[in-house]
Ligand binder design. Sequence first.
Ligand code: ADP
Ligand code: GLC
Length: 493
Amino acid sequence: MKILMVSSEATPFAKAGGLADAVSALSRALERAGHEVRILIPRYYFIDRTLLEPVVGGLAVPFPEGSVTCSLYRTLLPDSSIPVYFLEHEGYFGRDGIYGTKTEPDFADNTDRFALLSRGAFALCRALDWFPDIFHAHDWPTALVPVYLRHAERGGNFASAASVLTIHNLGYQGLYPAGRFPGTGLPWALFGSAGFEQGASLNLLAAGLRAADSLTTVSPTYSREIQTPEFGAGLDSVLRHRSSSLVGILNGVDGGEWDPAVDKLLPARYSKADIKGKALCKAELQRLMGLPIDPAVPLVGMVSRLAEQKGIGELFGPMHGSAWRMCTEMALQFVVVGSGEAWCETELRSLSAKLPNFRARIGYDEKLAHLVTAGSDFILVPSHYEPCGLTQLYALKYGSLPIVRRTGGLADTVENYDQGTGSGTGFMFDQLTPGSVFDTTGWAVWAWYNKVEHIRAMRERAMSRVFSWDKSAIEFSRLYDMALAAAKARRGI
Ligand code: ADP
Ligand code: GLC
């Protein structure tokens, strides 16, 4: 099949979170499965144009006032023969930030920016005279792709194409003032009938969820959770309505980027059979962060966007956070690398200054993320909700036992420790409270000191777990067939 991935992020070009890793790794796996895949993302200001090859100079994308002229560049996705196309427009993408900046976290014209990208997908196909079977969109930024396919681009060479929309995170929906709707270039009649309308706002994701031929999300548990009011973020009834078209397909680990046996970002490499390098990674992490270099003390690590979703309130909230108690009442070391909410960054700096066994590095640092994943004994992921979660998958592969809330992809990928038998690959709790994070971390630390043999066996077990994108690609191949059948039925063919 011919598949066009349309996304706001793709590793290594533009990354804000796991979405970027998922898009690139899935594309590679689909290519390995025999599909012809291409990717479209914006040419953001920070992507060096001189490394790209110009393709089309004057690409006309239909837009509210006539059309907008863009340029198109391309290069290959590393370790593949997948072309990645970059849509360039100075006014919309020639600025810092993917979705916004520190001072303006969500650009006011995001509807226009991502409408241009989504509509640009169709212009790209025309310009290249290449027409996909599947348009695969990801999250709210490209949720307009299925809407355009259904309502604006349904004829000609797109007549037999189907659309798939993957939900990586229902917490972000692309909610903007209704007055922004003309930016989509769609007629006002569709504002209500296509499902954009949400009070005085327009909801891009809501319309995409209704228009796509098939929907996926990134773990089976999350696919069930989002159909409930607790996790549905206001869209649970839409999702229940589309239940028969919604499938949960687990993300995988890209062995090219994340494998302790070949990871070039680590000071030492290791594997299940030869674990020595892990101790060197721990020592290097302790040295780098200015912690006592001590192999005997359990090191808890965290690599995370500092967003409410990730449980930062329960961990670092100044009044009731559990991190302070963990560091003062338990014999452990705690290392955090992250960036995000300003109050949390301030709190992390203050904890680093006050506590001898706590260190945080604020910012986005790929190399340090690898070192924390490898050098930690435990990786903490106390999320309120977690569609899939890649950090715990990396942790398992690197033999660092995850401490997680039993939700979404965390529930599907981590097995809880049983101190009677020693089975499991991590430590889990159900309710997210400062107390439960404290208690469960305490349980892991207790096992570290008292059940040494269990911890060793769990580490080995964790490293043996396989989360393969090739398996996901097989499930996606099946899903694409379903989407094509649904598109046919929709058109009455
Ligand atoms: P989400 O997409 O919700 O942020 P995931 O666990 O799916 O959560 O993916 C997070 C990805 O972002 C992982 O690849 C993780 O290593 C990376 N990451 C998060 N914060 C940082 C950071 N401060 N520096 C480097 N990498 C980070
Ligand atoms: C999102 C989710 C995360 C998931 C990632 C990739 O950002 O928050 O759980 O792993 O997308 O699908």
